[in-house]
Write a protein that binds this ligand. Structure first.
Ligand code: HEC
Length: 117
């Protein structure tokens, strides 16, 4: 087979396996609003439900200092206790997305400041 005939095939093949594009901070804020406020609260300080589950207050920097960004991102993708305590989001957030979410949303959460796009 001539190499030139292989080209469209290769492009199609890699296209199929391409990762979905990385999410922007705005998309991640919308993602947070849709998937996380139930437990972590609109501002990240944990709702009544979240508190019952021991939900972490993201606005409390001292409490969150013990964990690295990477550890938090890993928890977001893996969930907690097989997804029973906190759901796993690995099918919907890449490593990169989860890390950006931690840096731009979790770490910057402020009491009373609603997280929304
Ligand atoms: C069903 C409730 C629930 C939902 C929904 C939920 N979480 Fe959690 N999350 C928890 C609980 C409970 C903890 C444990 C808090 C602790 O250890 O003090 C937690 C912990 C965390 C932590 C801290 C990491 C750690 O190891 O303590 C991060 C970061 C986090 N969640 C992010 C998210 C994000 C982002 C979303 C949405 C994409 C989300 N959570 C959705 C309940 C939830």
């Amino acid at each position: 087979m001539r190499p030139v005939l292989l080209l469209p095939f290769l492009i199609g093949f890699t296209g199929l396996h391409a990762e979905s594009p990385a999410k922007t901070v705005i998309e991640l804020k919308a993602f947070y609003a849709a998937n996380c406020i139930k437990c972590h609260g609109t501002d990240g300080s944990a709702t009544a439900d979240g508190k019952k589950l021991g939900g972490r207050d993201f606005t409390d920097a001292a409490k969150n200092a013990k964990q690295t960004d990477a550890e938090m991102a890993k928890t977001i993708r893996k969930g907690i206790f097989f997804g029973t305590v906190m759901p796993a989001f690995k099918d919907r957030l890449s490593d990169e997305d989860a890390l950006l979410l931690v840096k731009e949303i979790v770490r910057k959460a402020e009491k009373g400041k609603v997280i929304a796009p």
